[in-house]
Design a binder for this molecule. Structure first.
Ligand code: BV8
Length: 232
């Protein structure tokens, strides 16, 4: 078997599939205040606004198709042990055929009940009046990790990093923790680290290898390089 690779992806890997990033020019945080749409307090204050924000993104994500970067990562799984830890809430890694994907910030495809914590497949359009299918409370929300909430899969991510041989970060600005801290953990473990991004991230100096350009170019090139190495 080849390498054991942990790959952190962010909004940049889905940009060429037409989905907005957060902090780029005209990005989602230019159109909405984080505290209004991506915090539990914002949901408490105005659930219609928040459900509307995620309904819009769910529709956009459903209409998007994986790009060459998502497809290239799926090809990696054939030769290497890969865990894709995505901060993204779209389903494009799965749509490209990736098997081992961990949505640490949740997923647009899932809904949950703020009253009983039950989870189910989200309808395309969520309404405040929707009753929870399990307890009947009108407390349904997107199964998304908002600021101040605990990301999913942290133990699994730590375990994967501790036995990894390579860490890569693709299309993430490195602003949001704990995801932005994974590269420091990888270095502490002595792993080689590579970043693929349109611009250097906030943590770029922690990466051994920085490949600038659109993910649809840098990711297939990186995957081909790994393939060439593992056959030599
Ligand atoms: C937690 C919801 C405790 C889902 C999101 C002060 C200091 C340090 C930390 C904190 C602090 N104050 C508060 C915190 C904690 C806080 C945090 O980090 N705040 C930041 C802003 C300072 N974090 C939290 O609250 C987290 N929870 O800490 O709990 C804890 C900690 C550890 C263990 C247990 C408990 C919860 C964070 C999750 C919040 N939810 N969103 C949604 O609506 O989508 S975060 C949001 O930002 C998204 O999830 C997104 O994934 C994430 C990161 O954004 P990026 O993916 O990086 O996207 P961005 O636009 O920023 O960058 C795009 C990149 O792509 C750029 O680099 C660009 O150049 C590049 N790009 C663009 N086009 C392309 C491209 N690259 C390649 N090709 C292209 N074509």
């Amino acid at each position: 078997m080849g390498e054991q690779i942990v790959i952190l992806t962010g909004a940049g890997i889905s940009a060429e599939s037409g989905l907005g990033t957060f902090r780029d020019e005209g990005g989602l945080w230019a159109q909405h205040r984080i505290e209004d749409v991506a915090t539990p307090e914002g949901f408490e204050r105005n659930p219609e606004l928040v459900l509307g924000f995620y309904n819009q993104r769910r529709a956009e994500a459903a209409a998007a198709t994986p790009n060459a970067a998502h497809v290239a990562l799926t090809a990696l799984e054939a030769k290497h042990e890969v865990l894709i830890v995505t901060q993204n809430v779209d389903g494009l890694h799965e749509a490209a055929g990736a098997q081992n994907v961990l949505h640490m910030h949740g997923s647009l495809a899932q809904a949950m009940c703020a009253a009983c914590a039950a989870r189910w497949e989200a309808p395309m359009v969520m309404q405040v009046s929707d009753p929870c299918p399990h307890c009947g409370a009108q407390a349904t929300r997107p199964d998304i990790v908002w600021f101040g909430e605990i990301p999913y899969g942290m133990e699994k991510i730590d375990a994967a990093l501790s036995k990894a041989t390579l860490f890569a970060a693709i299309g993430t600005s490195g602003n949001v923790y704990p995801a932005a801290g994974f590269v420091a953990e990888a270095r502490r473990l002595g792993l080689p680290t590579v970043e693929m991004n349109l611009e250097p991230s906030a943590g770029h100096s922690l990466f051994d290898d920085l490949r600038l350009g659109p993910a649809s170019e840098t990711v297939p090139a990186w995957v081909n390089e790994l393939a060439a190495k593992s056959t030599s």
